[in-house]
Design a binder for this molecule. Structure first.
Ligand SMILES: [Fe+2]
Length: 272
């Protein structure tokens, strides 16, 4: 049985958990190599990606391709499904899952690869939702995401932000891969509360969408490849009808055994 440290999650707003089945994670990592190789780009490790001869246009097109192919192939969903007990510990049995999760590539020293420190509640998300950050390369000292432990239950007035400006256009490729067109930045006075959370591939970092998280710059010598997908309990008081890019933002993902029977029974009786 998988173990997720629920006490730490409730106290700190985030938790690192071990995956017990790596098979879909390994397929996802292999798929990244395949996409690069298809373009004639070969690296011994995804962490060496920044050494490839790429201009910004090519880099963005690679990130867009990985984002959309991961959706089509359901790679993030497969990783969650393979390790479902890890997530049920935090969220319960009946779950919805994000349909268009993000794929991140953060190269060393390039601040435009990151979106800075923020709470997702600033952008309309709720504290009932959980982000699962899945590293495809090690999130190490300098390249790991940072969080403010305990920020998840602070009021919005306790965690102020500043409005920034951005060249990202709504609906652009950069917007598709997760960059904000109206960015919001954490008040710099709160930076002292941030800590890095180092996570290996074979682990996940889960945090409430009200927890301050993010990265300003990858200060390591290695590229970070990661993806993140949101999960929420079916009983959470949120709008499940929300649509993004013509698709529902969330889709139903897993049922408790009793609810599964109930749904099958209803379906069987509807078709008579
Ligand atoms: Fe975020």
């Amino acid at each position: 049985m998988a173990f997720t440290d629920i006490t730490s999650f409730k106290e700190n707003g985030y938790v690192v958990a071990d995956l017990y089945n790596r098979s879909s994670l390994d397929k996802a990592i292999d798929f990244c190599f395949f996409c690069l190789k298809k373009r004639g780009l070969e690296v011994a490790s995804l962490e060496d990606y920044h050494n490839l001869p790429l201009n910004e246009e090519l880099h963005t097109s690679i990130q867009v391709e990985l984002t959309t192919k991961f959706w089509e192939l359901g790679l993030q969903k497969a990783i969650i499904q393979d390790n479902i007990d890890v997530f049920r510990h935090l969220l319960g049995e009946d779950l919805y899952i994000q349909t268009q999760p993000h794929f991140r590539i953060s190269r060393p020293g390039i601040d435009s690869d990151n979106i800075g420190y923020h709470r997702d509640t600033w952008y309309g998300a709720s504290a009932y939702e959980v982000s699962v950050s899945i590293p495809l390369t090690p999130m190490r000292e300098g390249s790991a995401l940072q969080v403010i432990p305990g920020s998840h239950i602070a009021s919005e007035s306790e965690i102020p932000y500043e409005r920034g400006s951005s060249e990202i256009e709504k609906g652009s490729e950069k917007h598709l891969v997760g960059f904000a067109y109206e960015p919001l930045f954490l008040d710099k006075e709160l930076y002292t509360g941030l800590i890095e959370v180092c996570v290996e591939p074979s682990q996940v970092l889960m945090f409430s969408l009200s927890t301050v998280h993010g990265q300003v710059i990858n200060a390591s010598q290695k590229t970070r490849f990661s993806t993140d997908i949101r999960l929420v309990s079916a009983s959470a008081p949120i709008d499940f009808g929300r649509v993004v890019r013509g698709k529902p933002y969330y889709e139903f993902f897993s049922s408790s055994p009793a609810n599964e029977i109930g749904k099958k029974y209803e379906s069987a009786n509807r078709t008579r």
